[in-house]
Ligand binder design. Structure first.
Ligand code: ATP
Ligand code: LTN
Length: 334
């Protein structure tokens, strides 16, 4: 059975919802960060499929997206020998723990979650799961006693709620949970929509032209980048307020090449936007084609099933232990 290396003592846990094929934004903002952290931390990386069903999903597409996301994690560089990659819904203890936490979460505190306010205002017929979603997220985290939770800024409030729930639970029933810290991924790496660079590039976006998905065909990636919204100044200069489109393309270059903003500005001094966009398209395509080639080898392999079975067993054992402890503390039958 897989074990983390003995000289790694701190742990992290994070997940992405399989609510669509991941974007270049997810890759740069979240996955590359996970890859960087995997040598330093015991990492639990999961597919948050039970979070995805808080909004309507087509069952066939969801099923495909779940497996595809596991294969993409690995194809993007998350090493299955260094991380425990698992599917949330394969571990029923997350939902069990969530219920016990639900009965220890003040309704008022949950009502303050801004993501819920945003999402529920967009569709009046939302389900109760959209409201209780942050408690399931708390269960994901608290089951594993992790030190840090790497997330984008939009999820910070949920991790703060998790901390509050855990602190209150520990006070009421005695020491049960480790209090995790949020680990905010770098601001500069927020990738914007190519058509509307004032909006985040997002998996569930409605306009396909603005979003590069990791499994998009290579020609369409080039077209999307060549068609990205820019400005009329014709100078490759980083200025997110005045030049959000060009600045977004510069951010993509910085994230994928390791060059600095000024390196890129210097490289394209006196050159036109067409040349710059061709360069951006080349580097994005180089990175994505390598990921796609690895993905094709993994997606239908039996090794993937074996890995998921093994990791379901490992994570079920950990979460079950926490669930049993919580039951005991709360006076339920074990
Ligand atoms: P959805 O459209 O379903 O809400 P999303 O694409 O906005 O999804 P999430 O599933 O909410 O992404 O986020 C997964 C991870 O990817 C988070 O850590 C989030 O901060 C990061 N992330 C998402 N979009 C971007 C982006 N455009 N730039 C950088 N990081 C991003
Ligand atoms: N809500 C997160 C996904 C997620 C998560 C978690 C992240 C679910 N459970 C636990 C970190 C820890 C999102 O939408 N990005």
């Amino acid at each position: 059975m897989k074990e983390f290396s003995a000289n790694i003592t701190k742990s992290i846990l994070t997940g992405i919802q399989p609510s669509g094929v991941i974007t270049l934004g997810n890759y740069i903002g979240a996955i590359k960060q996970m890859v960087r952290m995997q040598d330093e931390f015991k990492s639990y990386i999961f597919i948050a499929d039970m979070h995805a069903i808080t909004v309507p999903q087509d069952p066939t597409t969801l099923h495909e997206n779940i497996r595809s996301l596991v294969a993409l994690y690995i194809a993007c560089g998350i090493d299955p020998d260094k991380n425990i990659i698992f599917i949330q819904s394969e571990n029923e203890y997350h939902a069990n723990i969530s219920w016990l936490l639900e009965c220890n979460t003040p309704f008022g505190e949950l009502s303050r979650m801004t993501q819920f306010k945003d999402k529920s205002s967009k569709n009046a017929n939302f389900y109760a799961g959209l409201f209780t979603y942050p408690i399931l997220m708390a269960a994901d985290i608290l089951a594993y006693d992790v030190h840090y939770v790497p997330v984008g800024i939009d999820q910070k409030q949920h991790v703060e709620l998790t901390r509050n729930i855990a602190i209150k639970f520990n006070k009421k029933y005695g020491d049960t949970f480790k209090i995790p810290d949020v680990y905010i991924t770098k601001e500069g790496t927020k990738i914007m929509d190519l058509v509307n660079p004032l909006k985040k590039m997002s998996k569930s976006s409605e306009n396909p032209k603005g979003v590069i998905r990791i499994l998009d065909d290579i020609n369409s990636i080039r077209k999307k980048i060549m068609g990205a919204t820019t400005d009329s100044e014709c100078i490759v200069r980083f200025d997110p307020e005045a030049k959000p489109g060009i600045s977004n393309l510069i951010n993509i270059c910085v994230a994928l090449t390791g060059k600095s903003i000024s390196d890129i500005e210097t490289m394209f001094e006196g050159k036109n936007y067409g040349e710059f966009k061709r360069f951006v398209a080349d580097i994005v395509i180089e990175e994505i084609s390598a990921i796609q080639a690895r993905y094709q080898k993994i997606i239908n392999s039996q090794e993937l099933d074996k890995l998921l079975d093994e990791n379901a067993t490992i994570t079920r054992a950990i979460a079950k232990k926490k669930f049993m402890l919580m039951k005991e503390k709360m006076g339920l039958y074990k």
